[in-house]
Design a protein around this ligand. Structure first.
Ligand code: IMP
Length: 487
């Protein structure tokens, strides 16, 4: 609950001394990251804000990479790469953006994280280079805050200094690329600069794409082949290079996948050793084929992922895809019910995974209840509620949460039962909608995925009590279902 909005006045004098400090650090000889961290710190302090983040736009204008921060936790920074077109796109169009309440403003890409971090207000301005956005600077406050014209004008000045810092770093990088190493330099080479082409549209090998998806799933920022390390020189020219597949900036770690041919492993190990000799400060890990496949299998990806789960024909939605969709649904629900309490009701047992993930993503006060019913094929002759909700739903806003709606008969029966208790409102959120088999036209307000007419298992859904624990949704091998009822 937010109470009131604070106005923080800042004298011209203190902004002036902050700008003096910032220009001094911008013109110092330390690395780009250290310069940006120092600028972020001075800016946050001068504006009496709790955090500051400086972001650089990659050359294809797809992603924003953090290049300097102050006052934000690792958790917030690791919340995943910021897609340029989604994350406050107005800033990149040259405008200042003000967010009064980050938890409810739909322009915020990760509102849950902002909430967990205690962030209320955000002010962001573009870093402009030759008239185009090349990055951003954002200020975060814990208390709700209104920013004055003086605050905005100060932040725009800092952004201009950042633009000069970025462009100088780029120029430095270009000069380094032209540079041919001298005899002395060859003995102790410099770590080559990071390229700014970070997210390719195509990867050299499908396993790299799978690995990138996995990193995205864990919200770990990554760059693809950002650096080439010279390993050997001949007559002043580079004779051998090594370009690791991935760099994880937050962990300062390079990863090389050795999934193509095992006989390349020895060669790659030799290169890794040479790299460690020449550049001892560089952290690099090789991931061999088996470890990599096992890692993917855990999440339902790759050949082992399906082969290991007997009876699964193919993966329909990976864990990462499900999580992304659940987040989107939760955001819509939080927006639609803003300022209200919501009671979530689920029918056991298929809904457990979806319910657990959905409720954690809702930024609303929620209560939870479960029902259970007897199914066709069991001992009962007619459908029966074997467990009713514990609490009264009269006058409450109720959301019926379903794993899957197939013929619609179960949901129709339950909605009839619940609406007889006069809730203030009654809506339905289902993860899966098997619309092709619908017999009763039940209203669905929030749908995760519309799926084909196949029997699916995993992520809570079962076949004869099994498969509920799979972290992905897979299609059951049709031969396994020999005319049996779903449950
Ligand atoms: P209905 O046909 O809409 O009444 O579906 C009722 C229930 O059948 C759902 O809540 C699921 O538990 C189950 N069900 C329907 N289709 C599937 C499926 O593809 N996989 C697993 N369970 C299913």
């Amino acid at each position: 609950m937010r109470i009131g909005v604070r106005k923080v006045g800042k004298s011209r004098g203190s902004y002036y001394s902050a700008l003096k400090r910032i220009t001094r650090v911008a013109n110092s000889a330390i690395s780009l990251r250290r310069i940006c961290n120092a600028i972020a710190k001075s800016t946050a302090k001068a504006m009496q804000a709790n955090g500051c983040r400086i972001l650089s736009l990659n050359s294809q204008k797809e992603y924003l990479i953090t290049v300097g921060t102050h006052g934000l936790s690792d958790l917030y920074l690791k919340k995943g790469p910021l897609a340029a077109h989604k994350s406050l796109p107005d800033i990149l169009e040259g405008k200042a953006v003000f967010i009064a309440d980050a938890a409810t403003d739909e322009r915020v890409q990760h509102p849950q994280m902002a909430l967990a971090q205690g962030i209320s207000s955000i002010l962001g301005v573009p870093v402009l280079g030759k008239g185009h956005a090349i990055g951003e600077i954002r200020i975060y406050t814990r208390e709700p805050r209104q920013f004055s014209e003086a605050d905005k004008s100060f932040l725009f000045s800092v952004a201009n200094i950042c633009a000069v810092v970025f462009e100088r770093a780029e120029l430095h990088q270009l000069l380094e690329q032209d540079y041919k190493p001298s005899e002395k330099r060859r003995k102790s080479p410099q770590v080559p600069p990071v390229r700014t082409t970070l997210r390719p549209t195509t990867f050299a090998h499908p396993s790299e794409e799978d690995f990138a998806k996995l990193l995205d799933f864990y919200c770990i920022e990554w760059l693809y082949e950002p650096r080439s390390f010279p390993l050997r020189w001949k007559g002043g020219r580079i004779a051998e290079m090594f370009t690791p597949d991935f760099y994880l900036p937050e962990l300062d770690l390079y990863i090389e996948l050795t999934t193509l041919k095992q006989n390349l492993l020895t060669e790659k190990n030799r290169k890794r050793r040479r790299l460690k000799e020449l550049y001892p400060e560089v952290n690099i890990k090789l991931l061999n084929k088996n470890d990599f496949l096992k890692l993917l299998a855990k999440y339902g990806y790759g050949p082992l992922g399906t082969a290991k789960v007997e009876g699964i024909d193919r993966v329909l939605y990976s864990h990462a895809q499900i999580q992304r969709r659940v987040r989107t649904l939760a955001r819509r629900i939080s927006r639609d019910y803003a300022g209200q309490r919501l009671m979530l009701v689920g029918v056991l047992k298929g809904v457990v995974c979806f319910m657990a993930d959905l409720m954690q993503q809702l930024s609303l006060p929620v209560t939870l209840d479960f029902m259970a019913i007897s199914y066709y094929g069991g001992e009962d002759q007619v459908v029966k509620i074997t467990r009713d909700v514990d609490s009264s739903i009269t006058g409450q806003h109720v959301m019926m949460v379903e794993d899957i709606v197939d013929t619609g008969m179960t949901l129709n029966y339950i909605l009839g039962h619940l609406s007889a208790h006069n809730p203030a409102s009654l809506r339905v959120c289902t993860l899966l909608d098997k619309r092709a088999r619908r017999l009763i036209d039940v209203p669905l307000d929030y749908v995760g995925f519309e799926i084909p007419d196949e029997f699916v298992v995993g992520y809570g859904l079962d076949y004869k009590g099994e498969y509920r624990n799979l972290p992905f949704i897979g299609i059951l091998h049709p031969e396994l279902i020999k005319g049996n009822a779903p449950r």
